[in-house]
Design a protein. Structure first.
Length: 189
């Protein structure tokens, strides 16, 4: 079975130099001696207020929704995000996420007259699109960091590794005439 730290290194390679700093630290890309020892279990401190946590949870599911495979919530992405921000992020690293959640909440109140966590999926998608296109203050910084956290949390979770992807430690024999239509979801380390 692939370990989360190994999967984090693969995610780091995918995002390259645009990698969000706490993910780089967790993947072991930070200079030696700068990585704190992180305990298993809950975050060392609460990062989000209850309304921010509810919004972060809802938005993570909008980025990776439940389809024929489980979504972000089922994969434990919200808990991963809070753990990563609590134990691997510097206070400055948290600012784009916290400010972005607050800006999305304010825009939802302005546009829909309800909390963004209680907005419909279509309304949450519209709010994320506004953030992605930087039409909400700090939205571009928020969206890129948040998207990376959701993708990393999902594809390093047990659900992401075992149900979304198919892990084959040795991909098998070479067959140059293998029909592309028969290729399944496969990766190897």
């Amino acid at each position: 079975m692939i370990h989360r730290r190994t999967a984090l290194a693969g995610i780091a390679a995918m995002f390259g130099t645009a990698l969000y700093a706490p993910i780089a630290r967790a993947a072991g890309m930070a200079p030696a001696g700068t990585i704190p020892t992180i305990s298993e279990g809950p975050p060392s401190t609460a990062v989000f207020s209850a309304p921010q946590r509810a919004l972060m949870t809802g938005l993570s599911e909008r980025i990776l929704p439940t389809t024929d495979t489980p979504g972000a919530i089922a994969a434990g992405v919200p808990a991963f995000i809070e753990k990563l921000l609590a134990d691997w992020a510097l206070p400055a690293d948290r600012l784009p996420i916290l400010a972005g959640l607050d800006a999305i909440e304010a825009r939802s109140m302005q546009d829909y007259k309800l909390s963004a966590s209680r907005a419909t999926p279509a309304q949450q998608d519209a709010l994320l699109t506004l953030a992605m296109t930087n039409l909400i203050p700090g939205g571009g910084d928020f969206f890129e960091a948040f998207r990376q956290l959701v993708i990393t949390g999902y594809f390093t979770s047990e659900i992401g590794v075992t149900q979304e992807r198919e892990y084959l430690p040795v991909p098998g024999e070479y067959n140059g005439a293998f029909p592309y239509s028969r290729v399944n979801k496969v990766y190897s380390s």
